[in-house]
Design a protein around this ligand. Structure first.
Ligand code: PMM
Length: 314
């Protein structure tokens, strides 16, 4: 049985996020469904590329239980080249407008301040910046002005160079400290702490085994007092965990064969007090976070409640 949430984990999970009151009321770890409107994302590239397909996919994810839809128009796949800003805008804005109009809580996955501002004007309520404000020096001020919630992910450099930036003394402490530096820089730009959600940036300048300590020590990131979002879905480190073949010739499991492992990470992240999980296959993770919530509720209220519930239902 997972232990009761530590005070640090509970305070992080339940910390208020500016502008998202209805999500606080959900009372469990949130599920952010991924809508990549790109021809080349690493795990679902090309499938939802037209605006119509992106909107249809977003609606399907809502039906599967997504609490948030994360719309991205630029791939962060390892080695991916940049797309021009106009192209990114043309990809994401129509999808954001229509999904926000349909009542979804929409997030925009972008590293560009202009795209963030235009996306918020089109109805996005969360800016999900995989660069934590490092890619565009105007991002902090843009986020401060919009007042939107902001996912500040740990990042060291773009996809084309990130594999050369995987040098850490202690990956957990280094990510904690680098996120603290980003938090301070954002606050200096006028962003309120209440706007910020932190993310360890799994897979970004972190090869295989560097990701597990971050998952196992979410409490270290939670010590900043801000909610933590976990993005493990279909990532390479899960592919290597599930690899077939032996010795010198292991073959990583392909992205779609990583969905069950992703749901397992969602359950464990929820049990550790993650604020949210960012996933491609929403239904399984929605089930997983509900299992964790039921489990945690009993763990925190004591065994007696299990017996009395059983008596009532039999
Ligand atoms: N990973 C990807 C893209 N955006 N955003 C956050 N906050 N956290 C992540 O881990 C993250 C992200 C890369 O995955 P994708 O290409 O499948 O979207």
């Amino acid at each position: 049985m997972p232990p009761e949430l530590s005070p640090v984990a509970a305070a992080s999970r339940d910390a208020v996020v500016a502008g998202l009151p209805e999500l606080s009321a959900v009372g469990r770890t949130l599920v952010m469904g991924v809508v990549n409107v790109t021809p080349d994302s690493f795990s679902d590239g090309g499938e939802w590329f037209s605006p119509e397909a992106g909107v249809a996919h977003g609606l399907e994810l809502l039906g599967d239980g997504a609490d948030i839809l994360d719309i991205g128009g630029e791939s962060t796949r390892p080695g991916a080249a940049r797309v021009p800003e106009e192209v990114e805008l043309a990809r994401v804005l129509p999808v954001i407008e229509r999904l926000a109009a349909a009542g979804a809580v929409v997030s925009v996955d972008t590293t560009r301040a202009t795209v963030a501002e235009r996306a918020v004007a089109a109805g996005a309520r969360i800016v999900n910046d995989v660069s934590g404000g490092l890619a565009d020096p105007a991002m902090g001020r843009a986020v401060a002005e919009t007042g939107a919630a902001y996912v500040c992910m740990h990042w060291r450099g773009r996809s084309d160079v990130m594999d050369s930036l995987e040098v850490y003394d202690d990956v957990v402490a280094d990510v904690r400290d680098e996120l603290a530096a980003r938090l301070a820089a954002l606050e200096a730009d006028g962003v309120r702490r209440e706007q910020v959600i932190l993310d360890p940036g799994l897979g970004f300048a972190k090869a295989g085994d560097l990701n597990w300590p971050l998952l196992a020590h979410l409490d270290v990131l939670q010590s900043h007092g801000r909610p933590v979002l976990v993005g493990a879905s279909r990532k390479r480190f899960l592919g290597w965990l599930l690899a077939t073949g032996q010795g010198d010739a292991p073959v990583p499991a392909p992205p779609r064969a990583r969905d069950d492992a992703t749901a397992a990470v969602s359950a464990l992240s929820a049990a550790a007090g993650a604020w949210g999980v960012r996933v491609h296959a929403v239904r399984a993770s929605h089930d997983a976070v509900r299992v964790a919530a039921a489990w945690l509720n009993v763990a925190s209220s004591g065994r007696g409640n299990v017996a009395s519930e059983r008596e009532v239902s039999t």
